[in-house]
Design a protein. Structure first.
Ligand SMILES: Cc1ncc(COP(=O)(O)O)c(C=O)c1O
Length: 299
């Protein structure tokens, strides 16, 4: 299930950043942000086996769910157009329209049908496993299903051992990506999930049941700051310094918080200063194009 427009075989880059607080100031980054501008990072990993299912079952396309700024919606719209299938989305917020923001606008550009619904309907529809259009595969919000986890198992493989990696870090929303990484990593490598949402310890149970038999992981809920989609000047400052020193952009909602978690953990002695850390760049760069990011400035 591949296509020349998607570059799934992404490199691992070794970069130096002064904010790391490690002995070498070096970190390895798995560049899944390079897969595609909009189907980047974990998005394609989570969609791959869903798209394959649509194709092998002769279905018409994908029905899915998301909020006004959902990277998952945009990735789904874009992936479906690449693979010649239809996409339908139920978007949270009946006050929205296709021109409310550039993500929704881009979704329609890629041919997605957008249905704007109330928050109550959104909850009912997205909680109902039988919801969906005839001949369409329903993919839950954020691409959170077994196919999604399976795709994320392909982000890394045991070849990371050659880099002597001890710790792998990934950003957590639904924890689909985190589960895939845990499944694919040997017990000798510890996988850290950094939750972007506050009070995310409820995810613990789902991670446990989806990664049976594995104990090489920690879900960190202490780095969410003021909560999902919220960030402060110190975070933006750290991200700016990382980007200007490495040439790699991060998003403020997920990967920016994960980078800061790594830096803080070195600082607090929770990571051995000599140990090699690999961070997965899960993409999501559309997050920097939000009004909030613009208004916060970067001085
Ligand atoms: C850039 C980025 N990183 C990480 C995540 C979290 O992924 P997951 O929902 O699989 O935990 C998301 C959301 O999908 C995201 O957009």
């Amino acid at each position: 299930m591949n296509n020349d427009l998607l570059h799934s075989d992404t490199p691992i880059h070794r970069v130096k950043w002064s904010g790391l607080n490690s002995d070498s100031n070096e970190i390895l980054i798995k560049r899944d942000d390079l897969i595609h501008p909009f189907i980047s990072g974990n998005k394609w990993r989570k969609l791959k086996y869903n798209v394959e299912k649509v194709k092998t079952h002769g279905l018409k396309g994908i029905t899915t769910f998301g909020g006004a700024f959902s990277n998952h919606l945009l990735a789904t719209a874009c992936a479906c157009s690449i693979f010649g299938i239809k996409s339908i989305a139920y978007v949270r917020g009946e006050e929205l329209s296709t021109n409310s923001n550039f993500i929704l606008r881009l979704c329609t550009e890629y041919g997605m049908e957008l249905n704007f619904i109330s928050r109550a309907d959104y909850k009912d529809f997205s909680d109902d496993e039988s919801f969906g259009r005839k001949d369409f595969l329903t993919v839950p919000e954020g691409g959170q299903n077994e196919e999604g986890i399976r795709g994320c198992e392909e982000i890394l493989n045991s070849s990371v051992k050659k880099y002597r990696v001890k710790h792998v870090f990934c950003s957590v929303g639904t924890a689909t990506t985190f589960c895939g990484i845990i499944r694919s990593m040997p017990e000798s490598i510890h996988v850290h999930g950094i939750a972007g949402l506050r009070n995310a310890s409820y995810l613990q149970e789902a991670v446990q049941s989806n990664t049976k038999g594995k104990s090489n992981w920690t879900l960190h809920t202490e780095f969410a700051g003021k909560g999902f989609g919220k960030y402060d000047q110190s975070q933006l400052k750290a991200m700016k310094s990382f980007t200007s020193e490495t040439g790699i952009l991060l998003d403020p909602i997920y990967t920016g918080k994960t980078l800061i978690a790594i830096s803080e953990m070195y600082k607090k002695g929770q990571l051995d200063k000599q140990s090699t850390v690999l961070m997965i760049h899960t993409g999501g760069l559309t997050g920097i194009l939000s009004e909030t990011w613009l208004k916060m400035g970067n001085d």
